[in-house]
Ligand binder design. Structure first.
Ligand code: AMP
Ligand code: ZN
Length: 500
């Protein structure tokens, strides 16, 4: 038992001077401010866990009453996928089991110091929750207001590792649990970015405002989502076969000359960036830029790109002028087509072409790389155009329902040519006033910061999760989907709205 004065700074110095070993006194857990000027801070603090796939992620996020957020911790450990050349569920599960608790322990050290000006007696030999604060390595730290964790969609046993630890923490700390939808978290990421940049006047609405469109383009997804409100997200288009990232990776393996590929090692995540770098040398591409919130202002690289001014131009084959053509994906027709992305056909054409012409020279391969991206990205924008036109038709002229923002997220969103294509197509098709934003890549790939932010927005809107909630392998975003979307899952309950 020891006497511990309030601040962690003092705590740290006391740890080093050995004054923790002061005379024993009866411990009391007091949180009585000594100074009359003491004002309790109205801030929210959450610890968040994400384990839906192969990344073990933990974050700590703080948000003040003015709406500004601070990311105090955001780390991940990715399971070693080399043995199986891809994600293996059991490997990923082992990795979560091994890495999650140590990562949470590391994160706890990033919690803000407890600030109350009190003299408090605690049992410093124990770690854990002491009323309103935690004792971490002998130092008083603020206790999270609530714990957030991914509940689904994802691999159930993997999700369970994170959700169960989150329940344990919520129980131990006696704070609420927020069991979050992973895809909702991806959709809300640009709002996290604006809170981190504090891009809002205290009375104004958060950016981007609802409704906004997001293109989630990654190795596993190609989804166009309209986010109508915090809990109402409509999937407007989805991949019918493979995801665009997968298509680009597989095309890169056959297009990029073997000597360049072998010089770059065997990291599976390099193919997309490598294809871009090969297609547009010197464009500063493939760097996975981490500060790409405003792609409109990327440095000017001359892509020599003419956007399709009408739908008819989008579905025209690419003529190389050297005896080969590439047909753009334009799966079916009508409304059903507008809801589908189809990349397997484009990939098949590229692979067949290089089987027939294995000796294609470097310059022609470069043209092929550019054409593959052009057709793939214009396929993305084609559904975006349908969505914007459809929205205009049905939403009427009310200002609050106008779409002002298109968000590009997921690993493929780091492709600068994609951002260029989206911007140019919007401009030429009458949507020059729509802003295109791309959150930093580190926040687009799986991470716990987005889970923390989603927990934050749900918490502020009065949502809490019961401690008996279980993982969900599938959990559609759309309220019209089977199961009723985010709020259709059982286990939510309401608390007073804090509305920050
Ligand atoms: P994610 O699934 O979100 O982790 O993103 C990984 C996918 O993004 C992989 O398919 C990568 O090849 C792809 N990717 C990353 N950077 C780029 C880039 N600059 N151009 C095209 N694809 C990329
Ligand atoms: Zn994800």
């Amino acid at each position: 038992m020891s006497r511990l004065l309030q601040s962690s700074r003092q705590c740290l110095s006391r740890l080093s001077t050995g004054s923790l070993f002061a005379p024993r006194r009866q411990p009391q857990l007091l949180l009585r401010p000594l100074s009359s000027s003491y004002q309790p801070r109205r801030q929210l603090l959450t610890l968040a866990i994400e384990t839906s796939c192969d990344d073990t992620c933990v974050a700590i996020l703080e948000k003040d009453s003015a709406g500004a957020a601070r990311l105090l911790f955001n780390e991940k450990v990715t399971s070693d996928n080399r043995t199986f050349q891809g994600i293996h569920p059991i490997e990923a599960l082992h990795s979560h089991a091994q890495n999650l608790a140590p990562l949470v322990r590391k994160a706890l050290r990033a919690l803000p110091e407890a600030e109350t000006e009190t003299e408090t007696e605690v049992d410093s030999s124990s770690q854990g929750s002491h009323g309103e604060f935690l004792l971490i390595d002998g130092c008083r730290r603020q206790k999270p207001t609530f714990v957030s964790a991914t509940r689904g969609p994802g691999m159930r046993s993997n999700l369970a590792v994170g959700l169960n630890l989150a329940k344990g923490l919520a129980l131990g700390w006696d704070v609420p649990l927020l069991a979050v939808n992973h895809m909702q978290a991806h959709a809300l990421t640009p709002r996290l970015v604006s809170a981190l940049e504090h891009k809002r006047s205290s009375e104004g609405p958060r950016d981007p405002q609802f409704p906004f469109l997001s293109l989630l383009v990654s190795g596993g997804h190609t989804i166009l989502v309209r986010s109508n409100s915090l809990t109402d997200h409509t999937i407007l288009a989805d991949a019918s076969s493979i995801a665009i990232g997968d298509m680009l990776d597989k095309c890169a393996r056959v297009i990029v000359p073997a000597e360049i590929l072998s010089a770059r090692g065997s990291d599976a995540s390099m193919y997309g960036p490598l294809l871009e770098e090969f297609a547009f040398p010197g464009s500063g591409s493939g760097s996975g830029s981490s500060s790409a919130q405003s792609p409109d202002h990327d440095h000017e690289y001359n892509y020599n790109y003419t956007p399709p001014a009408a739908r008819g131009e989008e579905i025209r084959p690419f003529e190389s002028g050297h005896g080969w053509t590439l047909r753009p994906p334009h799966f079916g027709s009508g409304r059903a087509a507008a809801a589908e992305y189809e990349f397997a056909g484009l990939q098949g054409q590229v692979q067949k072409l290089l089987l027939e012409r294995p000796d294609m020279d470097v310059e022609m391969r470069r043209v092929l790389a550019q054409a593959t991206m052009k057709l793939g990205f214009e396929h993305l924008t084609s559904r975006l155009m349908f969505a914007l036109q459809d929205h205009e038709k049905h939403a009427g002229s009310e200002m609050e329902s106008k779409i002002r923002t298109v968000v590009l997220s997921g690993g493929v969103a780091s492709n600068k040519f994609l951002r260029h294509v989206v911007r140019r197509v919007l401009d030429v098709r009458g949507y020059a006033d729509i802003e295109v934003v791309a959150p930093p890549v580190s926040l687009c790939t799986d991470n716990a910061a987005m889970i923390a932010w989603t927990g934050m927005e749900m918490y502020e809107n009065g949502w809490r999760s019961h401690l008996d909630v279980w993982t969900l392998r599938k959990w559609p975003l759309d309220p019209d989907a089977d199961g009723g979307g985010i709020l259709g899952a059982e286990g939510w309950y309401r608390a007073p709205i804090t509305g920050q």
